[in-house]
Design a protein around this ligand. Sequence first.
Ligand code: ADP
Ligand code: GLC
Length: 483
Amino acid sequence: MKSLSVLSVTSELFPIIKTGGLADVAGTLPFALAREGVKVVSLLPGYPAVMRALKRIETIREYPDLFGGAARLVSATAHHVELFVLDAPHLYDRPGSPYLTPDGRDWPDNARRFAALGRIAADIGQGEVPGFIPDIVHAHDWQAGLAPAYLHYGDVPRPGTVMTIHNIAFQGVFPADLLYELGLPPGAFTMDGVEYYGQIGFLKAGLRLADRITTVSPTYAKEIQTPEGGMGLDGLLRSRSKDVFGILNGIDESVWDPSSDKALAATFTRDALGQRSVNKAALQTRLGLDEDPDTLLFGVVSRLSEQKGLDLVLAALPSLLGGRAQLALLGAGERMLEESFQAASIVYPGQVGCVLGYDEELAHLIQGGSDALLVPSRFEPCGLTQLCAMRYGSVPIVSRVGGLADTVIDANEMATASGVATGFQFSPVNLTGLLDAANRAKMLWSDREGWRQVQQNGMAAQVGWSGPARRYAKLYHSCLDET
Ligand code: ADP
Ligand code: GLC
């Protein structure tokens, strides 16, 4: 296949700036695509954390007035990766997360902040950076959703465009009167353009105007085409169903490698699982849990939000902790959930331990030290933590939705008999479902041989990027064949 080049437009990228799985995907997929002959350069907003990480900065273009202030496009490297960064202090030089003020509200000018990202992506797509003319502009989530729109309405030849949905719950919807200010033509404000129920929809625009649409698992690709899963965009997605593809995420197998992971108390392999007990003991100590190798230790590593279904874990605690089982939770997010887990650690001393906040190293220790990882999401486009769990020999207990349904093989009778089970699934996503799966896990836990088999199956599962990267490369080529 002919080699091609892609501009990946993303609002986060691991290890520079991360709030969730999008950063992991945007940070890792380019390496896997390089092995498929696809050169990817990413475009990122110049938040303080990004500007601090940059080396070898070179100004490529200056913008005297980009949505209210001076800005420049720079090329640079960070962590040995080649990047484009939009250095626009009036938009990005602020404390807080990429999207929220320090007190947790959306920045009031998010429309402008991310329209700027799309606008500059389109400029690069239209060949304004000498030496890098992408064949494809690949936009991730609503923050990049206007890139395909600016390219569509531009009056010069454009590259192919791909819009990827990582989470349809976040759509970037803003007042219609911004249309002119964002530099979109009046004719764009139609159902076939950026208009979305009387407002401007950034994700909607990308989904309407990109050549191809992808999302991060085959099951989620189906779910978002239903009224229950589409969150208002299902009709549009159904109308484009021949252009909608579900490509599973992978994880970075060098970052997530239990045989060399420095965040673990002891490294281990599939054939030498005994060392996992050292991690279990370290995790129990770290979270103030009773040090007991024989008790079943559930882990959680998650954003604490409605999506993730962790209120079900709270409701399940009295029964979940039966038989002296334990819970180690690492999470950050909604205050109610944070406070409730904190309270649970007081109600169940030695049995529930939680760390509230973001801690990359502890996330690794939980994966390498817990026996089972709970992921009871109400919806889950793909989910990465269950993939990390499998790779680290923690048995995932997941709701049967989205990418969780596609990546975990339930330990039902048939799968167990054929020796292929990798975890537990439950449906519907409610308390009874979760408890039923947890009880099945407890039963298997008492059969150490059976448990080890499921752990080892998970550790042998393909959770890397090589398969998915091949699919993206094919999709890019198919897109070019048409344009
Ligand atoms: P989402 O993107 O919806 O949050 P994913 O499972 O796709 O869910 O990705 C979550 C990523 O963020 C994983 O890499 C996970 O390890 C990480 N993560 C989530 N919460 C935390 C936390 N509190 N501390 C460290 N890492 C976290
Ligand atoms: C989103 C989804 C998650 C997915 C991640 C990366 O944050 O919630 O399921 O794994 O994006 O695609």
